[in-house]
Design a protein around this ligand. Structure first.
Ligand SMILES: [Zn+2]
Length: 91
């Protein structure tokens, strides 16, 4: 048996195998908390990328070279789509 400190509530418990939480309640709570933190982090990155995409487009328009900026706009757009797909679903 292992003596383990629950990563969610801090209680010490024993388990026959490696575990991070003391039970179902803490496992679900921890899972929701981590998913929420991941969502918040991805949402912020998505906002940053959207601003960068807009700024790149505006700058390209100003310089009259949207064609030259297209590869960067595509790259930013692809990263945005990937992050939106990766974002955990809210419960
Ligand atoms: Zn716990």
């Amino acid at each position: 048996m292992y003596s383990i400190t629950c990563a969610e509530c801090g209680d010490v418990f024993t388990a026959s195998r490696s575990a991070t939480t003391c039970g179902t309640r803490c496992r679900k709570r921890r899972s929701r908390r981590l998913a929420s933190a991941t969502r918040a982090r991805l949402d912020e990155r998505i906002r940053q990328l959207a601003r960068l995409h807009d700024a790149t487009f505006d700058e390209a328009l100003r310089l009259g070279s949207v064609d030259a900026a297209l590869p960067e706009l595509h790259r930013l757009g692809a990263e945005l789509l990937r992050l939106v797909d990766e974002r955990p679903v809210s419960h």
